[in-house]
Design a protein. Structure first.
Length: 193
């Protein structure tokens, strides 16, 4: 065995550094500080870009929220503007000194104006009298026997329902009929759906 085989082995990094060392003693600049500086500059650039993107997104989010609020306000203002003439007509009807029939005619015209305004905005007014009771669209006040009525049908609509597209604004308030016979005009059984 030779003496070189008995020396402890050096880590590969040290051996590589020794192999790259100049043999004539000339100094070579260490590339490590340049690389660290370049990486630090890249990190700083990426942080700056990240902060700018975050600020841009925050501005975009605030601008979008402001635009949504403005659009909602505009929709409300537009609806109120359409309803104000009807409100004016109702005030005139209360101040009117005409006959009951004249006042009634004015109120009916006002009601038609309000219904027209709602219809123009896509609101559908529902009077479900005679239809089958639907618990998703109707609110039952009572379930009573009604001669000649089909079981589960709506006998009376106390308050109309309102729908916008597929969304229920207000359910119709109804009385649901229970089929009654002349022999048993007042027997009430639970509704089965």
């Amino acid at each position: 065995m030779s003496a070189s085989n008995l020396t402890p082995t050096e880590p590969p990094e040290v051996a590589a550094a020794d192999a790259s060392a100049p043999e004539n003693g000339a100094e070579v600049s260490n590339p490590e500080p340049d690389r660290v500086t370049a990486l630090e500059q890249e990190v700083a650039t990426l942080k700056d870009q990240l902060l700018r993107r975050r600020a841009e997104f925050d501005n975009y989010r605030r601008r979008t929220e402001r635009d949504q609020r403005a659009a909602a306000d505009d929709a409300v203002i537009s609806l109120l503007s359409d309803l104000l003439p009807s409100l004016d007509a109702l005030e005139k009807a209360l101040a009117a000194q005409g006959t009951l029939d004249e006042i009634r005619a004015g109120v009916e015209i006002t009601l038609k104006d309000v219904a027209s305004t709602l219809s123009n905005r896509g609101v559908k007014i529902e009077d479900p009298t005679g239809e089958k009771f639907d618990p998703l669209r109707h609110q039952a006040l009572s379930y009573e026997p009604v001669l000649g009525a089909e079981d589960g049908s709506i006998a009376t609509c106390y308050r109309k329902g309102y729908v916008l597209g597929d969304r229920l604004i207000r359910p119709a308030l109804v009385r649901v009929a229970q089929k009654a016979t002349e022999e048993n005009p007042s027997i009430i059984k639970p509704v089965s759906h």
